[in-house]
Design a protein around this ligand. Structure first.
Ligand code: ZN
Length: 295
């Protein structure tokens, strides 16, 4: 797949031709978007740039919920999760672990510009919840949670934490939550959560419920997982973490869980075996970025 992407880039036309082409493509794209919106209430979007790993899949987003609404919901949902953890005495209880996780985030977050320049200005937040769960997630707009269980049970190194965090950040950059809210399969669920209200009439609580359901409640598709694995491994390499560590995470996960995966990594995730194979291939692709980042 990446080989095809590289070949296409090498065969780009001349600059003058390219600018005419891109004007035509832009016009064509705006016309397509208009027609699609009129007919189905769906738009085709590219949430991210392809990066070195070359993900260029067009996503279909329904007008049921906008990116802004889902981000607003994520802010509220995140505050609720943290509030609950605090009440239970489980929020950032290990100061050294929180410092460590946040330091890794500080190295990773600047690299999002290679996929999504606007995401650099998101209000990124990173917190650690004291829990046995083998879990971590990132809600729309960059609200990250790490569970102490995944760090302790897998005895994660910094690079391995970076691999998991890069994967979760990738879900947020690609707006996989909104894409899931847009899918036919989840339409009834989304309408049920949002009720009949639209636009300004929607309560923050309804949007929070939707953000949490689409980020944590529903299993990710294999496609979303693979995309996040590949984007994640590029983010970590650019941040100066050895991409090989992403492979070790899944080897450790397989050992600890006996093949079954943790909550964010539910049943439709790729099998550990196919995931390790894919990550091995993509670690090679991003290795020069890692080497460059060390210089
Ligand atoms: Zn995932």
């Amino acid at each position: 797949m990446s080989n095809t992407a590289i070949t296409v880039r090498l065969q780009q036309p001349s600059a003058r031709c390219r600018s005419a082409l891109s004007r035509w493509r832009l016009l064509q794209r705006s016309l397509t978007v208009m027609v699609v919106v009129l007919l189905t209430g769906c738009v085709s979007v590219q949430t991210t740039k392809p990066g070195a790993i070359g993900i260029d899949r067009t996503q279909r987003m329904s007008s049921l919920v906008s990116a802004e609404e889902l981000e607003k919901g994520a802010v509220a949902a995140y505050a609720q999760v943290l509030g609950q953890a605090k009440k239970e005495g489980a929020l950032n209880t290990d100061a050294a672990m929180t410092r460590r996780v946040r330091a890794i985030a500080d190295r990773l977050i600047p690299t999002v510009v290679f996929f999504r320049p606007d995401a650099r200005a998101w209000d990124w937040q990173v917190n650690v919840i004291n829990s046995e769960q083998l879990n971590a997630w990132a809600m729309p707009g960059g609200k990250i949670a790490f569970y102490s269980g995944i760090i302790n049970k897998l005895q994660l190194t910094d690079a391995e934490i970076a691999a998991i965090m890069g994967h979760e950040i990738a879900h947020a950059l690609r707006e996989h939550s909104r894409e899931r809210a847009s899918g036919e399969a989840n339409k009834a669920l989304v309408i049920g959560i949002l009720g009949a209200a639209t636009g300004a009439g929607r309560t923050t609580q309804a949007l929070a419920d939707l953000a949490i359901t689409t980020t944590i409640g529903l299993p990710n598709s294999r496609l979303h997982e693979t995309e996040s694995d590949r984007i994640g491994i590029e983010l970590m390499a650019r941040a100066g973490y050895d991409p090989q560590a992403a492979i070790r995470v899944w080897q450790k996960m397989a050992k600890v869980t006996g093949g079954k995966s943790g909550p964010e990594f539910m049943s439709t995730h790729p099998s550990n075996e196919s995931r390790i194979k894919d990550l091995t291939q993509y670690a090679q692709i991003v290795m020069p970025l890692y080497q460059k980042s060390k210089r």
